[in-house]
Write a protein that binds this ligand. Structure first.
Ligand code: ADP
Ligand code: MG
Length: 246
């Protein structure tokens, strides 16, 4: 359902992704793992086009865009592809002057122009899904990190994206709060939500991911089913890295 083909991304002379070709099936969960600076965040940002690849093809569902062809990519096309995605960040990034439910409603009222009542109803369903309905009217600052992240997940799901992208969704959390977020993501996975997540959290990756992509210095070193990559990594490099996570 998601296809990245020959993706290259440079920042100046620094080649951050080179010839990355991966596919992700609908209803699957893919974990991006690998050392810091390896390109995990950049790859996620090339899927939602917060960063534009210098070359290669990005396809989500029926939407497909080619980069580096010499032809300018239209803003409308970028927005259409981006709308297939929802993003969750390490530091939650909730709007501090909006309540939990207002955070979830924002995209529906402002971007999708839904009427307030319809947006509120959908936001409440999503807050229930992440176990945060009781805190709908709370301000972000009064919520724990785990609660804020669960609201952020509800917000990312609001426009019904085809894929949920998560960048280190548990890294800013103490183990106990991280567990709440792991449980929510696990439940979403069981419901068939397609997800791609960059993570160092082996508990998250081994519980939730179906597929693992090991990225180092901008290239895919190893990829395969999570049980195989975690249980019996083929490459020496992958083996050593996974040992550091345990
Ligand atoms: P990871 O998420 O695996 O830690 P990143 O994708 O954040 O890796 O970074 C990969 C490389 O890209 C790093 O060398 C980083 O310094 C560089 N990089 C990321 N974003 C930018 C940017 N906006 N401008 C310049 N360099 C960047
Ligand atoms: Mg990162």
């Amino acid at each position: 359902m998601i296809e990245l083909k020959d993706i290259e991304k440079r920042f100046g002379d620094n080649v951050v992704l080179k010839d990355v070709s991966v596919t992700m099936a609908e209803r699957s969960v893919t974990a991006l793992v690998g050392p810091s600076g390896g390109g995990k965040s950049t790859l996620l940002r090339c899927i939602n086009l917060l960063e534009l690849p210098n070359a290669g093809m990005v396809k989500i569902g029926e939407e497909e865009l080619a980069f580096g062809t010499g032809r300018r990519v239209a803003t409308g096309d970028i927005q259409r592809l981006r709308r297939q995605t929802g993003m969750v960040f390490q530091n939650f990034q909730l709007f501090p002057h909006r309540t939990a439910i207002e955070n979830v409603m924002e995209g529906m009222t402002v971007v999708l122009k839904w009427p307030e009542a319809k947006a509120r109803e959908r936001a409440m369903e999503l807050l229930e899904k992440v176990g945060m309905a009781a805190k709908a009217d709370a301000w972000p600052a009064t919520l724990s990190g785990g609660q804020q992240q669960r609201v952020a997940i509800a917000r990312a799901l609001a426009p019904s994206p085809r894929v949920l992208l998560c960048d280190e969704p548990t890294s800013a959390l103490d183990p106990e709060l991280a567990q709440e977020v792991v449980d929510v993501l696990d439940r979403l996975a069981e419901e068939g939500t397609t997800m791609v997540m960059a993570t160092h959290d082996l508990r998250l990756a081994s519980k939730v991911a179906d597929e693992v992509i090991f990225l180092e210095a901008g290239t895919v070193v190893e990829k395969g089913p999570a049980a195989e990559v975690f249980g019996n990594p083929q490459r020496e490099r992958t083996k050593r890295f996974i040992a550091t996570l345990r």
